[in-house]
Design a protein around this ligand. Structure first.
Ligand code: KIV
Length: 271
């Protein structure tokens, strides 16, 4: 199955089919039109407007500060560019923690205002009823278990989760419960590969891993990380497909030199 040719628009059904056929799902984040266009044209299956935009776009230390309005603003730019990829939007911190109805209303607002294909929210058993209510309204929900960055102050660090048996069993239960509540896919973040394998084999919906090893049904990375835009940030699960920071530095230095030496613009670059 050539996924790029056969799938005109990636839907929850298409993702489920990919899992059944053993074809790995590719996912990346985007927060703007041009990046989303490049990812879509390259054939990515899923674009996540992640709340990681708080870190990589806004420069915050955590994902907590980003707001509903900001997520919606960025998603509108992304959905205009994505012709084939499914666009999923992170529900930001405090947009669903206040209660089921609040989460339901905010998920509806995201869908109404952005043309996205679904929402993502973090957590297991404690958000299961919120997931149920949102999916019952026809809104696809992606779950997210393991290291859930919106709970960083509770965890105290970004170390991997599920290393001991108790925590591993809880993550497995979380995944099963949110599948039962209606999640169409589940992000597994920073958990041991063996645990991700157990989860992937225990649920019928696709698992999308980040720092969760090879056995997940798909993989996601934060795009600026995999492009090497910040070379100082290099946890073991990030592969730098480019070292774009170096290339941009070289290009900008060359531009500065050309401007100062009056080499830019030349005659053919002028009107
Ligand atoms: O916000 C984000 O980019 C995410 C991914 C890391 C899965 O949630």
């Amino acid at each position: 199955m050539n996924t790029e040719k056969e799938i005109k628009r990636v839907t929850t059904k298409a993702l489920s089919l990919l899992k059944k056929k053993g074809i790995k799902i590719s996912a990346l984040t985007a927060y703007d039109f041009i990046t989303a266009k490049l990812l879509d044209e390259a054939g990515i299956d899923l674009i996540l407007v992640g709340d990681s935009l708080s870190n990589v776009f806004q420069g915050n230390e955590t994902t907590l500060p980003v707001t509903m309005d900001e997520m919606i603003y960025h998603t509108k730019a992304v959905t205009k560019a994505a012709d084939r990829a499914m666009v999923v939007v992170d529900m930001p911190f405090m947009s669903y923690q206040l209660g089921i109805d609040d989460g339901f209303r905010n998920a509806g607002r995201i869908m109404k205002e952005t043309s996205a294909g679904g929402v993502k929210l973090e957590g297991g058993q404690r958000v299961a009823e919120t997931i149920r209510k949102i999916t019952e309204a026809g809104i696809p929900v992606m779950g997210h278990v393991g290291l859930t960055p919106q709970s960083i102050h509770q965890f105290g660090s970004y170390r991997e989760r599920g290393r001991d048996k108790e925590e591993a069993d809880e993550i497995l239960t979380d995944a099963k419960v949110i599948e039962e509540a209606g999640a169409f896919a589940i992000v597994l973040e920073k958990i041991p590969a063996a645990l991700a394998k157990r989860v992937t084999e225990s649920v019928s919906v696709p698992t999308i891993g980040i720092g969760a090893g090879f056995y997940c049904d798909g993989q996601i990375l934060v795009t600026p990380d995999m492009l090497g835009l910040n070379l100082e940030f290099h946890p073991r699960f990030v592969r730098h497909y480019l070292k774009l920071a170096n290339e941009i530095n070289t290009a900008v230095k060359k531009y500065i030199k050309d401007v100062r030496s009056k080499n830019f613009p030349n005659e053919s670059e002028s009107y």
